[in-house]
Each structure stands twice: as structure tokens, then as C-alpha cells.
Design a binder for this molecule. Structure first.
Ligand code: DX5
Ligand code: ZN
Length: 210
């Protein structure tokens, strides 16, 4: 299992050393949650912050766009250093066009679904994306409880498209990660469980070994 610590749980006054911390802890990716206050009822960070973080680590940037109009911002996030760009199928615009835009920019495309969206919504895009992000909490805030009832979606995607990576996001910790591993999850996002751990390297190791 690959581990993508979510920067949302970091100390925003010290992003450079927080990135160093998770890099040294053995993280595989940096998960970056972008919120616009419209698609989700919260604001987080945007393009200049991604750009500012880019020189601080060699880890790939896994950018999770929780924004209403993703296609309009894909190019700027790519230029700021995003390696993978995930957008929500519930957002505005034609998902096929947003995927094309991500590919044109040279980033890896991924789609995400909120807990209330049925897994069938991703099926038409499985041959065009590198990854599907299955939300295991309602997007918008860190520190919520894991929804194990979302793991059926993971199984359905893996059955239909074994080559597409599946990532889960929300409430992943040393206990819930075991359920994720059983369901076939490839990458887990973990905010609180890594950044608030006394020993982040140990936290990453435990998640990875699930
Ligand atoms: C929620 C975000 C998550 C969140 C995860 O909208 O997409 O990435 O930061 O946080 P934890 O791991 O604390 O649930
Ligand atoms: Zn996220």
C-alpha cells in the first residue's frame, strides 16, 4: 500500500519542514487538498502554495481538486508542480473534457466520487484515468470517521479495471487501513494519522505494511 500524507493536516506556518518530515518518513506521494468554498464548505490552499511547496521535496504531488470548475485551473496546477490531478465527477463541466485537459498538460488524470455518488458514475471513465479516488468521508474537512461502507466501490472498480489505481481518502488510520488493504486499495491518503502522530515515520510504516 502506498501512503500519501495529506498536507491539510500539516502546520501551514511550516510547510517546508512538514514536507521534509514526511519525505524522511518514507511517504510515497504528497496529497494536496484544494478547496474553493463552493464545491465544499471550506477553503484550503491554492496555486501559489503548491508552487511554493514544489522545491521542498522530490515526492510526486497528488493534487485533489475539491473545486466547482476544475477544468479552468488544471493548467495552472500542472505548471505549479502537480504530477497527478484528481477532480470530482460531481463538479461542473464535462468530465471527459477535464480528463483531456489534464492529459494535454502532461499530468496523470484521476476522478473522484463523494460518498453519495454511486460507483457506476466512474465506469465510463475507467479506460481514460490512471486512478480513481474513492472518498471515505464527505469531502471538506480532515479528522472525520472512516466510512467502511465505501469499500464496496473499491472492489467494484478493481473488478472492472484491475489496472486502474484506487486511492481512498478520509479517516484512514492503522486500524481502518487494514480494511482498505483487504478491499484492494493501492494508495491511502492520511492526514491526521501521519501529521499528528508522535512518530510520523512509524505511522507511514504501519500504513504501508497493511
Ligand atoms: C477531506 C480531504 C482529506 C483529508 C483527510 O476533504 O480530502 O484528504 O485531509 O484527512 P484525515 O486523514 O485526517 O481524515
Ligand atoms: Zn483529499
Amino acid at each position: 500500500m502506498k501512503v500519501a500524507p495529506s498536507i491539510l493536516a500539516a502546520d501551514f506556518a511550516r510547510l517546508g519542514s512538514e514536507l521534509e518530515k514526511i519525505t524522511n518518513a518514507g511517504a510515497d506521494l504528497v496529497h494536496i487538498d484544494v478547496m474553493d468554498g463552493i464545491f465544499v464548505p471550506n477553503l484550503s490552499l491554492g496555486i501559489p502554495v503548491v508552487e511554493g511547496m514544489r522545491p521542498c521535496t522530490a515526492l510526486p504531488f497528488d493534487v485533489h481538486l475539491m473545486i466547482a470548475r476544475p477544468k479552468a485551473y488544471v493548467r495552472q496546477f500542472r505548471a505549479a508542480g502537480a504530477d497527478g490531478i484528481t477532480f470530482h465527477l460531481e463538479a461542473e463541466g464535462d468530465p471527459g473534457e477535464t480528463i483531456d485537459e489534464i492529459v494535454r498538460c502532461g499530468a496523470k488524470p484521476a476522478v473522484s466520487i463523494k460518498p453519495g455518488t454511486p460507483v457506476e458514475a466512474v465506469f465510463p471513465y475507467l479506460d481514460r484515468v490512471a486512478m480513481v479516488l474513492v472518498m471515505t468521508v464527505e469531502p471538506g474537512f480532515g479528522g472525520q470517521s472512516f466510512r467502511a461502507d465505501m469499500l464496496g466501490k473499491v472492489r467494484a472498480i478493481k473488478e472492472r479495471a484491475p489496472g486502474v489505481l484506487v486511492e481512498v481518502d478520509g479517516g484512514v488510520n492503522p486500524q481502518t487501513v487494514k480494511l482498505c488493504a483487504q478491499a484492494g486499495v493501492d494508495i491511502c491518503v492520511a492526514g491526521t494519522a501521519v501529521f499528528r502522530a508522535e512518530n510520523p515515520a512509524e505511522a507511514v510504516r504501519v500504513l504501508r505494511e497493511a
